[in-house]
Design a protein around this ligand. Structure first.
Ligand SMILES: *Cc1c(COP(=O)(O)O)cnc(C)c1O
Length: 395
């Protein structure tokens, strides 16, 4: 056995460079070697900066978190492994047995499951109420209510919450207001400026924007709450992958451009859809026929975002024909990609509901939701015109 050359198992030092990379380096290391036990103490006690183990934090997550902090007007926000990890961090970090949550009744499907299936097992009760009516939220509060969770624009009917009314209520009663800002994004609405205590994102969607990274973000205005969420997230292992953080940071560089383009496209497509034969109804928050248009104008600065929903005649058969005819538009249950995608709540996000329950929410078999991308608007309008004509030949 020779001992005169280093084992290939030993790591090779990173090459020195007097100049620095322009691009954020990707750092996949799970572990960080400290200089000494004293040095590690200094790190854990906050006297020195540094990382120890990636579940507790890593540079790519922190670079991304500081960027989203700046967008949201937050400080010390946390990146986690998915949007649902962000919801989990809030619920399990801040609530205890006996607490009660009031939540919007059209939340993201898995958030609903968290409230209906997971929290009750921990002795935390939840009541769902209509967030377009602060009175309905008020009526659902109990002396045990600790948290209100809403989304500003609902999926898929794009109703706009009474944010001013709910924020006033939360403040008055000393209840935390958490907002899932995934649909609206900080470019649409900075929720801390409207009374939210906690902001949640599925970074997977518009912020990362390319359907290739799964991440979440959560920030609390109160640093003590943020620390509680962070500690729970580390213990539950909600931590993000460095590579996904790196991809999302890259995606964020074009976020403003993508959001503006996608919103303008969505507004144009919504207006065009409204004039197409076979289309019975178009839902877009800033259209004059939308039930919450005044709130959308006030809260969202006159912009409706990138989501459009519409309904065609002809039931499931027409829905199948439309998806088949819209060859270039992926039929996929996601949103926020650079490319336009089409989803059908009755067979995906809302398949767990009965047909009657879906009808009550205004989602028939002919109901579609479009996540509008950044393609040329004229191309998109032409593609939808052709697909709808193929699906509704008699119209
Ligand atoms: C997708 C989504 C989530 C969950 O995010 P994941 O990254 O898929 O875990 C939560 N809320 C909203 C509004 C979403 O659209």
């Amino acid at each position: 056995m020779t001992t005169d050359r280093p084992s290939p198992v030993r790591r090779t030092p990173w090459p020195e460079s007097a100049s620095r990379p322009v691009v954020t380096p990707l750092q996949p290391s799970v572990v960080y070697a400290a200089a000494s036990p004293d040095a590690l103490d200094a790190q854990y006690e906050g006297r020195a900066e540094g990382y120890a183990y990636a579940r507790e934090g890593h540079p790519n997550a922190d670079v991304l978190a500081r960027k989203i902090d700046a967008m949201e007007g937050a400080e010390g926000g946390l990146i986690v492994g998915s949007g649902m990890a962000a919801v989990t961090g809030v619920m399990f970090g801040l609530l205890k047995t006996g607490d009660h949550v009031v939540a919007g009744n059209q939340l993201y499907g898995r958030s609903m499951r968290m409230l209906r299936a997971e929290l009750p097992r921990m002795g935390i009760a939840a009541t769902l109420a209509d967030p377009t009516d602060a009175g309905a939220i008020a009526a659902a509060l109990t002396p045990q209510t600790r948290l209100i969770l809403i989304e500003v624009v609902s999926n898929p009917t794009l109703r706009v919450s009474d944010l001013a009314g709910i924020a006033a209520l939360a403040r008055e009663r000393g209840i935390l207001l958490a907002i899932d800002n995934t649909f609206t994004t900080p470019r649409g609405l900075r929720v801390f400026e409207h009374g939210a205590d906690i902001v949640i994102h599925s970074v997977t969607k518009l912020l990362a924007g390319h359907s290739d990274a799964m991440l979440g973000y959560v920030a609390a205005r109160d640093p003590a709450l943020q620390e509680a969420i962070r500690g729970t997230a580390i213990t539950l292992g909600l931590s993000p992958s460095p590579f996904d953080c790196w991809l999302a940071e890259r995606g964020l560089h074009s976020f403003d451009l993508r959001y503006d383009r996608a919103s303008a496209n969505a507004a144009a497509l919504a207006d065009a859809l409204a004039g197409m034969p076979g289309v019975m109804r178009v839902l877009y928050p800033t259209r004059p026929d939308h039930p919450d248009r005044d709130r959308a104008a006030a809260l969202l600065d006159g912009r409706g975002g990138n989501m459009v929903s519409f309904e065609i005649a002809g039931g499931r058969a027409a829905a199948n024909a439309l998806v088949a005819a819209a060859q270039h538009i992926p039929f996929a249950p996601t949103l926020g990609d650079i490319g336009t995608t089409l989803s059908h709540p009755a067979s995906s996000s809302h398949r767990g509901l009965s047909a009657d329950e879906r009808e009550a929410l205004g989602m028939s078999e002919g109901f579609f939701r479009i996540s509008v991308g950044i393609e040329d608007a004229d191309l998109l309008i032409a593609e939808f015109r052709a697909a709808i004509a193929a699906a509704c030949p008699g119209a």
